[in-house]
Design a protein around this ligand. Structure first.
Ligand SMILES: NC(=O)C1=CN([C@@H]2O[C@H](COP(=O)(O)OP(=O)(O)OC[C@H]3O[C@@H](n4cnc5c(N)ncnc54)[C@H](OP(=O)(O)O)[C@@H]3O)[C@@H](O)[C@H]2O)[C@@H](O)CC1
Ligand SMILES: Nc1ncnc2c1ncn2[C@@H]1O[C@H](COP(=O)(O)OP(=O)(O)O)[C@@H](O)[C@H]1O
Ligand SMILES: [K+]
Length: 551
């Protein structure tokens, strides 16, 4: 699983499968619903029939007479996501569960496959109607809420009782940990392409997630492949955990024209072997490249030293920190394997860059935003070297159009959200604007647009780090779900990332591969180290990560 699909791409794959005559929509829906039920039982084996009689919930949950009988509320929407919900309801009922179903929409207008499953359901169970003031979740012994309101078809905000239902479910699950929420395909209200909740105009101006009822599921079960929204923005928080169900569409991926849009790739272990191999082959230190990291003045060298350590550990043959004369002693006191040069001004940098063994630069961390720093960035860009621009260098190019225009295809920009907004204010505005209809503008869209405009690789940081180049290739290093490492939000971790990328550029990686690999390794180091991590720990963890990769 390496490709993330948009809703349109998923629909195209499904349509190709049905058009082939090898499978019907109804069969796909049955597989989807069965998969959801199987995933629920795998996630919570104590709910599975094979477990034996249902365990007795704590006394205070028991308000009905059917002690030990599991109870589910299934929320079905007006489309095929709702159709999946009817399948789930039927299968749970067949397993002996007590199931209540609510329909958000008109049964007469259900699409054909969903309608068939609605009819199958009403043969064995009822569809509840909703009166304002009802507690639709019923007694407190509720085991499961199945959210099958909307999946890939969400195009506008949920209104009226649809949104009320989601808040009822949220409220119930927050009061009773015993109650689990399972979203079918996607948490309803979350856009499949962007991971952003689709909000009503009336909520505009309020913080999205606080203002709008959105499901925070314990488990989301999706079909075939992950959608972008499972990994971007609020998607992962709303999905809880993510499970996949194979509904037999693998053969159709290659048969569809997914349009101009390339699939976004998620960086996973499986993709790792596709990178150029990291182990050093024969050669002397300069055959593994020489990275130059420019530092700020006195007391401002920490960021560059962190980056330099990252570049050296990731395998650059030689790494040098360049700093103004006044900062030489401070840096000399802290560096050993990393060399130190006096870069007193732009002329000094230009002289140094006459040595073509220096094949990768890192400019920005701790550098300051003075005119002198601007001159250094200009000289670095003019040199045509592979170059990482981070931190202050991003501020400088963001406010200086001629400098921005010098960016070239060997550059890697590594902005966090604030720096991204300074560099690409109009793009950042589009991303920050409330998502009032789907598919909403996503971090993938924003990063691809930025890379195109800048003419180079852009790595837009965060738990959902998106990396794009000007050709439209795009990857996501998602530090979410089992790769969640929130302790990476620590001062200096971005400097180390800039160093990793610079070191990989020095090793001869292309800009896109260097950025992808650097981001992936940063998360692997954080996971390997665990909580308590500070930026200094990241480079020191690399040998362990490499050993685990068998390098
Ligand atoms: N693709 C596959 O291979 C498979 C897909 N499967 C399942 O189908 C799901 C996709 O089904 P779907 O296309 O019918 O979309 P779904 O999310 O049910 O929305 C339904 C319709 O509701 C409408 N609508 C939108 N927003 C609204 C709102 N806020 N309030 C009110 N109405 C709103 C909008 O129609 P509109 O009103 O705009 O005409 C929309 O089309 C997918 O997530 C998966 O669960 C599986 O069965 C097996 C294989
Ligand atoms: N919650 C999080 N989960 C995973 N990674 C994170 C999270 N928050 C930040 N990061 C990562 O940590 C790094 C922080 O970089 P940055 O904001 O530039 O910090 P600094 O300037 O202090 O080095 C980035 O690589 C970013 O992707
Ligand atoms: K759903």
């Amino acid at each position: 699983m390496t490709e993330l699909l948009t809703a349109a791409q998923m629909r195209a794959i499904e349509a190709a499968a049905i058009a082939s005559g090898e499978v019907t929509g109804l069969e796909l829906m049955e597989r989807a619903g069965r998969g959801v039920v199987a995933a629920i039982f795998e996630e919570w084996p104590e709910l599975a029939p094979s477990w034996g009689p249902a365990p007795k919930p704590p006394e205070y949950f028991l308000q009905n007479d059917e002690q030990g009988l599991h109870r589910a509320v299934v929320l079905c929407g007006p489309g095929n996501n709702g159709g999946d919900g009817f399948v789930v309801a039927r299968l749970l009922k067949e397993t002996g569960w007590d199931v209540e179903v609510f329909l958000y929409g008109d049964a007469e207008k259900l699409p054909p496959d969903a309608r068939v499953n609605y009819v199958r359901w009403v043969e064995i169970g009822g569809v509840q109607s909703f009166e304002f003031g009802d507690d639709v979740m019923g007694p407190d012994d509720l085991t499961l809420v199945v959210d099958a309101f909307f999946g890939t078809g969400l195009v506008r905000p949920l209104e009226g009782f649809g949104s009320l239902f989601l808040s009822f479910a949220e409220e119930r699950a927050s009061r009773f940990p015993y109650t689990k929420i399972v979203s079918v395909d996607l948490p309803s209200a979350v856009c499949a392409d962007s991971g952003r909740p689709i909000v009503s105009e009336s909520f505009v101006g309020l913080p999205e997630i606080a203002a709008f009822p959105v499901t925070h599921a314990h488990l989301t079960v999706t079909f075939h492949k992950a959608k972008r929204g499972h990994y971007l923005s609020d998607g992962p928080i709303c999905c809880g955990r993510l499970r996949f169900v194979d509904i037999g569409l693998d053969d159709f991926d290659q048969r569809v024209d997914v349009g101009q849009q390339k699939p976004a790739l998620i960086l996973t272990h499986e993709r790792w072997p596709q990178y150029p191999s990291l182990p050093k082959k024969q050669g002397h230190k300069y055959s593994h490249g020489h990275a130059l990291i420019l530092s700020g003045g006195v007391g401002k060298g920490g960021a560059a030293r962190l980056a330099a350590r990252g570049a050296l550990r990731v395998g650059a043959g030689a790494v040098t920190v360049g700093c103004p004369p006044a900062a030489l002693i401070e840096n000399a006191a802290q560096l050993n394997a990393i060399m130190l040069w006096n870069v007193k001004d732009v002329a000094a940098l230009t002289d140094i860059l006459a040595d073509d063994r220096i094949n990768a630069l890192c400019l920005g961390p701790g550098m300051g935003v003075s005119d002198e720093s601007r001159g250094l960035v200009e000289a670095g860009l003019k040199s045509g070297r592979a170059i990482v621009l981070d931190a202050d260098a991003l501020t400088l190019i963001g406010r200086d159009a001629p400098l921005f225009a010098m960016l070239h295809d060997r550059c890697v920009l590594t902005p966090h959200a604030g720096e991204f907004a300074r560099l690409f204010p109009d793009i950042a505005d589009k991303l920050a604007a409330p998502a009032t209809k789907g598919p909403a503008y996503s971090k993938v869209d924003a990063t691809c647009e930025a890379a195109k405009r800048a003419g180079c690789v852009v790595l837009f940081k965060g738990p959902d780090t998106v990396i794009a180049d000007l050709s439209g290739r795009c990857s996501i290093n998602a530090s979410v779900y089992e790769r969640s490492a929130p302790w990476l939000a620590t001062a200096g971790s971005g400097d180390v990332l800039a160093g990793f990328i610079t070191g990989l550029l020095a090793r001869g990686f292309g800009p896109m591969q260097a950025a992808e690999s650097g981001a992936w390794l940063q998360t692997e180091c954080a996971l390997s180290f665990g909580p308590g991590l500070i930026a200094e720990d990241l480079p020191e963890e690399l040998p362990k990560v490499f050993r685990a990769l068998g390098l």
